[in-house]
Design a protein around this ligand. Structure first.
Ligand code: MG
Length: 260
């Protein structure tokens, strides 16, 4: 069921968005060559406790997960792109890191992801991250009243295709509200002017993710982490966005913190 939020409810989602933005900005700043993925998870958990927020991930156990997630953040490294289960690994020079974080504040959820390289970056990794970010920007630009879900999907796909990346539509964006995943599904590829009409009060997590040379995923033996089938690297960018009569409102915007 697709739920529309009143302007007061969208306002009530702002603290969740701000908290998720602050956590990702902090973790991005603190994550360096040598940082252990378990340290990133512990740090995120500390921030959740201090803020009186609730993790959306720790007890998360959908049909495709082997067991409850058990951590509060997804850390997907290099050929891992989604649902990366933090493990005992110290980041190495040139690693491509995607952090995906969702939390609930005052009973409202926000969900966001960022990708970056620690240490010396390869050009092809920076290009992939840049495409993913521009696809997210295009998706947000298409998230306006009077358009449809397919317009968002087509905007994402156009950016990926122009840069030569394939698209996997098994995992994409989704409605966000009292819970992390709601209707509608927002595929990262689709046809303009198709699908559910976008109305003020619809709140969506928009999340393009691409792999360098494949669109196929395999699941890691940990039962959670999704890896590229060919070992090439992946990147992911995500914001929680409210469609309003004044245009798209990025609830998880980090720009006020001085980071992108
Ligand atoms: Mg997410």
């Amino acid at each position: 069921m697709i739920e529309l939020r009143t302007p007061a409810e969208v306002d009530a989602m702002r603290p969740a968005g701000r908290f998720v933005a602050e956590v990702l900005a902090t973790l991005r700043d603190e994550t360096k060559v040598g940082t252990n993925l378990l340290t990133i998870d512990r740090r995120a958990h500390d921030m959740i406790r201090r803020a009186g927020a609730e993790s959306c991930y720790i007890d998360y156990h959908p049909s495709f997960g082997a067991m409850p997630f058990g951590k509060v953040i997804c850390t997907s490294i290099n050929d891992a792109v989604l649902h990366g289960l933090p493990f005992d690994y110290a980041l190495r020079d040139g690693d491509l890191v995607s952090l995906d974080f969702a939390a609930s504040v005052d009973g409202w959820v926000a969900d966001s992801a960022v990708s970056f390289v620690v240490g010396t970056a390869r050009d092809e990794d920076l290009a992939l991250i840049d495409t993913t970010q521009r696809a997210l920007d295009a998706a947000i630009g298409a998230a306006v009243e009077g358009s449809r879900i397919g317009d968002i999907s087509a905007a994402i796909a156009a950016v990926a295709h122009a840069d030569g990346y394939g698209i996997n539509t098994d995992f994409g964006g989704h409605g966000v509200g009292r819970t992390m995943h709601g209707d509608p599904h927002v595929p990262n590829d689709g046809k303009p002017n198709r699908g559910y009409p976008l109305r003020a009060g619809l709140v969506l997590a928009l999340e393009p993710w691409f792999l360098q040379t494949t669109d196929e995923l395999v699941t890691d033996p940990d039962g959670w982490t999704l890896l590229s089938a060919d070992g090439s690297r992946g990147a992911h960018a995500e914001h929680t966005v409210a469609i309003t009569s004044d245009g798209p409102l990025i609830l998880t915007d980090r720009s006020f913190l001085g980071v992108d």
